[in-house]
Design a protein around this ligand. Structure first.
Ligand SMILES: Nc1nc2c(c(=O)[nH]1)N[C@H]1C(S)=C(S)[C@@H](COP(=O)(O)O)O[C@H]1N2
Ligand SMILES: [Mo]
Length: 160
């Protein structure tokens, strides 16, 4: 939605957004601003390797992927660990780069990894670019997907 008084037409920057879809009770479309304002902010100072370009240092801020995903009510019995452990999340970038996380990686009773959907990278807000997936437990950068457009949540088997 544009701000009152903001210019309309092709020159008006469209805020980037991501969709939460799949086996969820509540489909959601979230701008970076929604992510920033909807959940507590976490900070991650990370170093990861790119296979083709060496180490990268970045500081990210944003909500936990787990909290954003839970707000869409994944269709598991939230009290049953075995039920939750069947689920996975597939994260897509606007350029088609995709990756998968097991729900258990980010679940507090399993891996409890502080995976973020970043709203800020090295002091710059990501409103225009889109959110970035941050996987501080990874040594490699491949799952640090930038310009996230979609998070699909589903159980294995079925739902994929
Ligand atoms: N959308 C998107 N995100 C991506 C990639 C990509 O191809 N598309 N490449 C990943 C890989 S392999 C690495 S190493 C890091 C590189 O991050 P950098 O911008 O710090 O170099 O981005 C990751 N995020
Ligand atoms: Mo990479």
């Amino acid at each position: 939605m544009s701000r009152p008084g903001a210019p309309l037409g092709p020159s008006a920057p469209q805020p980037a957004s991501l969709s939460v879809i799949g086996e969820v009770g509540l489909l959601a479309t979230l701008t970076v601003r929604d992510l920033r304002e909807g959940w507590p902010r976490h900070r991650a100072e990370v170093v990861f390797d790119c296979a083709t370009g060496g180490p990268r240092h970045h500081v990210f801020e944003g909500p936990l992927l787990r909290e954003v995903a839970l707000a869409s009510h994944p269709l598991f019995d939230v009290r049953r660990r075995k039920d939750r452990s069947r689920f996975a999340l597939a994260v897509s970038g606007g350029d088609g780069h995709r990756t998968v996380l097991a729900w258990a990686e980010i679940d507090a009773d399993f891996g409890n990894a502080p995976v973020l959907l970043a709203t800020r990278l090295d002091g710059e807000d990501l409103d225009a670019v889109g959110s970035q997936l941050v996987v501080p437990v990874d040594r490699c950068g491949a799952r640090y997907i930038s310009a996230v457009t979609r998070v699909r949540i589903g159980a294995w088997p079925g739902g994929w």
